[in-house]
Design a protein around this ligand. Structure first.
Ligand SMILES: [Zn+2]
Length: 289
């Protein structure tokens, strides 16, 4: 079993694009330089959003860019028993409650105001929330520095199981990233605001949080993060080395002309030698042309 590994955790909702290649490359280099395994986990619980063939496309694209993973592919859809056990554990300690507030009524407020806390609702057609009380989540981010969040003011009691029965992203991710196999989570800044809820859940579940590093995300000219939703174009398949050089430059690595044409494996090997989180551009987002 691996311990302290790094991981890349895409959702199989579309092909790899430049933004996801950036996150994959950063976590890969970070794992390599620290001598730990690099794992792939598909965050595929939100089944209606999954796209047929996306997993395979992502894996082939990673391979084409020289990003080789070290163990069997992990899928959240195959780990549901662990999430159910975590929910049972939290419920047994009186930390969960049912909520039937409409999405719209909650979205109008900055955080969930605790409406259903004492309503003793039954299970049908309800989401499940966890009581956050006055919890303050704290962690030292390797890129963004010390982070502190009063959950009552940011999220309020948040959802751990959705109304449609699907395990919430925060719970599944807390269980998986809190496992002893995982030691280093390098991912995009857009997830910085979810980390406090995840470390809070880990503390409630007796799990050890990994080290976190939140790197800049790529945005388009309109300031939108590159994603399937913002219609990011898939990577150009014909020149993976060029794609790789592009993301390495966004990661603040010096241009390496000696490895030109040597293939992605060589480019990555040489990049790992000069990889250092502190080189990252001091910005939350990088606009790409
Ligand atoms: Zn409610």
């Amino acid at each position: 079993m691996t311990r302290g590994a790094g991981r890349f955790a895409p959702s199989p909702t579309g092909p790899l694009h430049l933004g996801s290649l950036l996150a994959a490359t950063a976590s890969y280099l970070d794992a390599r330089i620290h001598g730990v395994a690099w794992l792939i986990r598909f965050d595929d619980l939100d089944a209606p959003r999954n796209q047929p063939g996306a997993e395979d496309h992502i894996l082939r694209a990673l391979e084409a860019h020289g990003l080789r993973w070290d163990a069997s592919i992990i899928r959240q859809s195959e780990n549901v028993d662990a999430y159910e056990a975590a929910l049972t554990d939290l419920a047994n300690r009186g930390l969960l409650f049912y909520c039937n507030c409409s999405r719209r009524s909650v979205a109008q407020k900055p955080f969930y105001p605790g409406t259903c806390r004492h309503r003793k609702l039954v299970t049908a057609d309800c989401a499940v929330r966890i009581l956050v009380d006055d919890a303050v989540a704290e962690f030292d981010d390797m890129v963004r520095g010390f982070q502190q969040e009063s959950l009552a003011r940011t999220s309020g009691d948040f959802i751990v199981r959705r109304r449609d029965g699907i395990i919430a992203y925060q719970l599944a991710t807390a269980v998986d990233d809190g496992a002893p196999e995982i030691g280093r989570v390098i991912r995009g800044n857009d997830l910085l605001g979810t980390t406090g809820r995840q470390t809070f859940l880990m503390s409630k579940l007796g799990l050890q949080p990994p080290l976190y590093g939140h790197i800049p995300v790529l945005v388009n000219a309109a300031g939108q993060k590159l994603s399937k939703q913002s219609h990011a174009e898939p990577l150009h398949a014909e020149d993976p080395e060029a794609n790789l050089r592009r993301v390495l430059s966004y990661l603040g690595l010096p241009e390496d002309t000696e490895s030109t044409g040597c293939g992605c494996e060589v480019v990555l090997e040489r990049a790992a030698e000069s990889w250092f989180l502190a080189r990252l551009p001091d910005t939350e987002a990088i606009e790409i042309p």
